[in-house]
Design a protein. Structure first.
Length: 219
């Protein structure tokens, strides 16, 4: 087995984080290639691994798998012992549904609150459009925690850490970065997610990277 994960700058690339966290959770050996997002050769370096021109890309032998959600699905099939998806069919269907909703939606949050693991902005003004995205995300977290996670005596959405948690990990990071105020249930989930080993490993690496000025801003 020869796995290589190609990702962008860890402090800024939320889609890379999703795949990286999922693969780290699987606990299997792999090589990692980090492509800084501000280099003059960044597009060409990414194109060397991805005809889609985007990261992340998981390379298994000579076969590339691109797109975060596709990578998580592949890892779940290749390493079933990792339990990236719940064993219960209904829980598994809901986990895939909320992951797909994250994958396809929440454009305002992703655009107006870019990921930056190292920053904490005090007094950041959240727009009404972003607030609606946040409300829906919190609704997902409360419902899945109540319906599945708490019944499994776990800290995460469906009990143990899984693919849906990997999909929402960059959102949890954003909640801290932009000072999003939440209730006790959501706060407990965010804390648990950010303290999980796979997420903490990613965050630690993000804190050691060089700053990319065009992704930084002041309020």
């Amino acid at each position: 087995m020869s796995l290589t994960l190609v990702v962008g700058s860890k402090n800024y690339s939320s889609w890379s984080m999703r795949a990286g966290v999922a693969l780290s959770h699987c606990g299997v050996p792999y090589d990692e290639i980090v492509i800084p997002l501000d280099g003059p050769d960044t597009p060409q370096r990414i194109a060397d691994y991805s005809r889609a021109g985007r990261v992340p890309v998981l390379i298994d032998g000579e076969n590339p798998i691109w797109d975060s959600l596709a990578i998580i699905e592949y890892l779940a099939e290749k390493f079933p012992e990792s339990q990236l998806w719940p064993s219960d069919p209904m829980a598994r269907a809901i986990a895939r549904s909320v992951s797909a909703e994250m994958h396809a939606g929440f454009t305002n949050l992703r655009t107006e609150l870019p990921m930056n693991c190292r920053r904490c902005y005090e007094g950041f003004r959240i727009s009404d459009l972003v607030a609606r995205d946040i409300d829906r995300i919190c609704e997902i977290w409360r419902e899945t925690r109540s319906r599945f996670g708490q019944r499994q005596n776990g800290e995460f959405l469906f009990g143990p850490f899984g693919g849906a948690d990997a999909m929402f990990a960059p959102v949890a990071s954003r909640f801290v970065t932009y000072g999003v105020s939440t209730d006790a249930t959501v706060t407990a989930y965010v804390d648990a997610l950010l303290k999980s080993p796979a997420v903490q490993t990613w965050m630690d690496a993000a804190h050691t990277e060089p700053t990319i000025e065009r992704y930084e801003f002041e309020i």
